[in-house]
Design a protein around this ligand. Structure first.
Ligand code: FRU
Length: 501
């Protein structure tokens, strides 16, 4: 059976545009007590085109309010991805850098300023302000660099086809000077997009700062990898001029299929490093059957750097509101015996599982939605891997490359913890404290989700639900998809948060 667009429920605790197409997050900045999210947007349709910057704000990274388009395409020029920086002192002016993608095929960096806290923007009459006369020069990300000797703004951009990141510096956010170039390295046959460079203390030691380069890579050419677009990171050092990687390896940042173009918020409070990514894949984004919107943002994530298996590795924690909800929800021991144990979830739930792989052996969680749609998670302690598969007729009908299996590292020699966030078509999996993540679009429909848990040997699995349809256990009531819930939730569900303007 073919799924239809009405089968895709709108996420409730993730940002989606009220209407029409959305891709990358742009201009992420915290200013005036608000988190601003600009985004690649077609204000006139549900396919990519007329690229402009949409705009939404949130006081808490959970509840978003959409505002009028901030930077609109014009004749001969689209507004591609870029960033915003908050003033560090003096006047209260926000500065945006974005890529002007001209109809003649050339791409260059342009500037705009906002004097009303990010709601309206004035483009610079001198635009473009950084132009190499090339056709894939894009995605300016401006960061602040300060050390004992150097204090400057640094802009990262890509020459996408050359797989290079170009770094520039500025003292006044107006004129820019080339500093250095990083790349190419890693797989050929991809373009590099949406770079970011973040400073993180290794294992929380402020005396040991490292720099992590974030990159989005999209397969290009006739023989393009059907897995499509994905994100990578490189750990290294940055002295304000050049980035030196610890090893010339692009490591996967998310193990699912739908996490792209994530960048960090400028000026986040308390020195937190917070990202948001676009939950789709250029391979099939155009075919995803949601309406009247197309494109969703991930949960915001707090980045950290931890030594895992002897090397500095990125960890991505779920946002504070998710952590708080889980802490306030009851945890129940679920005895899984010779046959599967059923759990009933709403289609908008958080579920945390804790178990001891040495007792359970192989453990699998199967989610079943409408029309034969499924998501399977299987942990194999022996190989230390978690396999995530999505499939069934609705998935097959999106695109031939939509059904997928992804693999994440999940050690089998110590107690395991897994967080699943299911919000309509958005599934995000966090292993442990965020040592690995996987983000996938899923098509489970709107009638709730049945989940069953199986273990190779009888064992206890500890389950925490938020917004579940009724709880754990063989006799759990049937799933519901509030509102209205068909069973009593065990904790308040994540609030409904459609775009409100
Ligand atoms: C990444 C990207 C960027 C570009 C934008 C256009 O997804 O291709 O490189 O600026 O999308 O919408």
């Amino acid at each position: 059976m073919r799924t239809t667009s009405t089968d895709v429920p709108r996420p409730r605790f993730h940002f989606t545009p009220r209407r029409h197409w959305m891709n990358d997050p742009n201009g992420l900045v915290h200013h005036g007590g608000l988190w601003h999210l600009y985004f690649q947007h077609n204000p006139e349709g549900s396919d990519w085109g007329n690229m402009s910057w949409g705009h939404a704000v949130s006081p808490d990274l959970e509840h978003w309010t959409e505002h009028p388009v901030a930077l609109r395409h014009r004749v001969g020029e689209q507004i591609f991805s870029g960033s915003v920086v908050a003033p560090r002192s003096g006047d209260d002016v926000l500065t945006a850098y974005y890529t002007s993608a001209y109809d003649d095929g050339h791409q260059a960096q342009s500037r705009a300023t906002s004097h009303d806290g990010g709601f309206t923007w004035q483009t610079d009459p001198g635009n473009p302000v950084l132009d190499r006369g090339t056709t894939a020069f894009r995605d300016p990300k401006v960061i602040r660099y300060d050390d004992d000797r150097t204090a400057r703004w640094v802009m990262l951009t890509v020459e996408a086809d050359d797989r290079q990141v170009l770094l520039y510096s500025s003292d006044d956010l107006v004129s820019w000077e080339h500093l250095s170039t990083f790349g190419p390295l890693g797989t050929t046959g991809v373009v590099w997009e949406c770079p970011d460079l973040v400073r993180l203390s290794l294992d929380g030691d402020a005396a040991d700062p490292r720099w992590v380069l974030l990159l989005s890579t999209n397969p290009a050419g006739d023989d393009a990898d059907p897995a499509g677009s994905s994100m990578h990171y490189v750990v290294g050092h940055f002295d304000g001029t050049s980035f030196t990687p610890d090893s010339p390896e692009l490591r996967p940042l998310d193990h699912g299929r739908d996490y792209y173009a994530a960048v960090t918020f400028d000026n986040a409070p308390d020195g937190e490093v917070v990202t948001v990514g676009w939950m789709s894949n250029w391979r099939y984004a155009h075919a995803f059957p949601s309406t009247p919107w197309r494109g969703a943002m991930s949960l915001p994530r707090a980045l950290g750097l931890r030594t895992v298996d002897g090397r500095p590795s990125l960890v991505q924690a779920p946002p504070a509101f998710v952590r708080a909800r889980l802490e306030h929800a009851p945890t129940e021991p679920l005895a899984v015996g010779d046959s599967p144990a059923d759990l009933s979830l709403s289609g908008h739930s958080l579920v945390e599982l804790r178990w001891d792989p040495s007792s359970t052996g192989v453990i699998s969680l199967q989610l079943r939605g409408e029309a034969g749609s499924f998501v399977d998670l299987v942990h194999e302690p022996r190989t230390g891997t978690l396999r995530l598969t999505r499939g069934g007729p609705p998935a097959e009908s999106v695109h031939p490359d939509f059904p997928s299996t992804s693999t994440l590292p999940l050690p089998g020699d110590r107690p395991a913890r897994l967080l699943l966030s299911v919000d309509g078509p958005l599934l995000e999996v966090f292993v442990g404290d965020g040592e690995a993540t996987a983000s996938n679009l899923v098509l489970l429909g709107s009638a709730g989700v049945t989940a069953s848990l199986e273990t190779a040997r009888p064992a206890t699995v500890h389950v925490t639900f938020v917004g579940g349809g009724g709880g754990a256990g063989r006799d759990a009531p049937p799933p519901g998809d509030p509102p209205p819930p068909r069973t009593t939730p065990r904790a308040p569900p994540p609030d409904k948060q459609p775009a409100t303007t």
